[in-house]
Design a protein around this ligand. Structure first.
Ligand code: AMP
Ligand code: ZN
Length: 115
């Protein structure tokens, strides 16, 4: 999508600190971290949000969770734990309309951490 910030990051038009990339998925550091580790994991395919996920995306969504599993281990937060958040729509505070999974960790997370 032309005006989408995350599509621009995927295309390299906006810089990002990448932590993982393959043909279908990109993960990069959140520019305004809410925790010592705050990674955004996104599909390269533009999907507005969770409501737009279709049956054909089932494999992709599963792979995103497996990728989060890998990143958590790579960043050594698997023992202490972490949180995954997906905001969807107005009441959640979703700001960027490109499906993204927040991976948060590196400290004891409070009840309200994002959104
Ligand atoms: P959400 O409120 O769930 O839509 O979260 C959007 C997240 O994207 C926020 O945590 C922002 O800090 C983050 N963000 C926005 N622009 C960028 C960017 N250019 N690079 C990295 N993270 C970004
Ligand atoms: Zn996009």
């Amino acid at each position: 999508m032309e005006d989408c910030v995350f599509c621009k990051i995927i295309k390299g038009e906006i810089p990002s600190e990448k932590v993982y990339e393959d043909e279908e998925i990109l993960a990069f550091k959140d520019i305004n971290p809410a925790a010592p580790i705050h990674i955004l994991v996104i599909p390269k395919k533009h999907i507005n949000n969770l409501l737009e996920v279709k049956d054909e995306d089932n494999y992709l969504i599963g792979k995103i969770y497996k990728t989060i599993n890998k990143i958590a281990k790579d960043l050594n937060i698997e023992k202490d734990g972490f949180r995954v958040i997906v905001n969807c729509g107005k009441d959640s505070g979703q700001e960027v309309m490109h499906l993204h999974f927040h991976l948060l960790g590196g400290k004891k997370l409070g009840a309200k951490i994002i959104g």
